[in-house]
Ligand binder design. Structure first.
Ligand code: C2E
Ligand code: MG
Ligand code: MG
Ligand code: MG
Length: 280
């Protein structure tokens, strides 16, 4: 009886596993045609200066709507795009699109803000990636000071030596470099000073339980102090409440991003925020 039960359970597990494999295959299949079918779009989330309450930057976040699969989260499809090797193509599109959009907003007379985009580990692996970035800037005629590239600790630590060189080249272009999701990856405090960085983004998981969690308050303050020591601009991600916003102000965080201000929105809706921010 026990044997039979075990076998059934195994059959159940492998069926589930098979389904997962099939879904992944389907996502990969659809993803290959997503760019040609114009299914990718960028949404934009404002980043607000703590001292002025004004939008100083915007993060471009990739969205994918597929006819068969519906809306898929980047946390789901980006790892698959990396696995099947098309993230570099998608990344090139994101870069070009983000530069173009920021230039368009400038031409329309909106105040100049920094456009920040997320980088995959595979983009950093491309030698001379700086030339790709440089071309996008030239093609769109965007001043490099209005572009920022975000890397996670894990991305940079995959090949730390190479990352140091790549970041130096990218930085030489005049773009800004941010360390994303700080505190969640492989600890790289030892390496932090070696990387050419301008900004540190505290991961939302630290912010989520402020002010309830004494531990997260201590960790957040420590990260802020570390950023100040390294002379880095510090951004808090995932600010959802007025209390969290207040905490960031009293603890000298430079800028904030999160649902308290706005969710990531389509370009048109973002223009509304530029005209009349809902939090002011
Ligand atoms: P990320 O770069 O850390 O982006 C922040 C994520 O937190 C976004 O999720 C954003 O929608 C979400 N978020 C913002 N404010 C709040 C808040 O107040 N509360 C909560 N709970 N969440 C908040 P999203 O858009 O689902 O993106 C997830 C991740 O996917 C990003 O994390 C980034 O690592 C990756 N990603 C997104 N777009 C791209 C892209 O174009 N290229 C690459 N390589 N990765 C991307
Ligand atoms: Mg990011
Ligand atoms: Mg992040
Ligand atoms: Mg993240």
């Amino acid at each position: 009886f026990a044997k039979e039960k075990g076998r059934n359970r195994l059959a159940f597990f492998s069926k589930e596993l098979q389904e997962q494999v099939n879904i992944k295959k389907e996502i990969a299949e659809q993803l290959r045609g997503a760019m040609q079918r114009d299914e990718l779009v960028l949404h934009y989330q404002p980043i607000i200066a703590t001292h002025s309450n004004e939008i100083i930057a915007v993060e471009a976040l990739l969205r994918w709507n597929n006819e068969l699969l519906g809306d898929l989260a980047p946390n789901v499809f980006i790892p698959i795009a990396e696995e099947i090797g098309i993230i570099t193509k998608i990344g090139d599109w994101v870069l070009a699109q983000a530069c173009q959009q920021n230039k368009t907003w400038q031409q329309q007379g909106y105040p100049c803000i920094v456009m920040t985009i997320n980088m995959s580990v595979m983009q950093l692996a491309i030698s001379n990636y700086a030339t790709t970035v440089s071309s996008s800037l030239t093609e769109t005629n965007l001043d490099p000071q209005y572009l920022e590239l975000e890397f996670t600790e894990n991305t940079l630590m995959k090949d730390a030596k190479k990352s140091i060189v790549q970041l130096r080249e990218l930085s030489a272009l005049g773009v800004s470099i941010a360390l994303d999701d700080f505190g969640t990856g492989y600890s790289s405090i030892k390496h932090l000073a070696k990387f050419k960085l301008n900004k540190l983004k505290i991961d939302g998981s630290f912010i989520k339980n402020i002010p309830e969690s004494a531990g997260d308050i201590i960790a957040t303050r420590a990260i802020i102090a570390l950023a100040k020591q390294l002379k880095l601009h510090v951004t808090a991600e995932g600010v959802e409440t007025a209390k969290q916003c207040e905490f960031m102000m009293t603890n000298n965080v430079d800028s904030m991003q999160g649902y308290h201000f706005s969710r990531p929105v389509a370009a048109k809706a973002f223009e509304q925020l530029l005209q009349s921010p809902s939090w002011q």
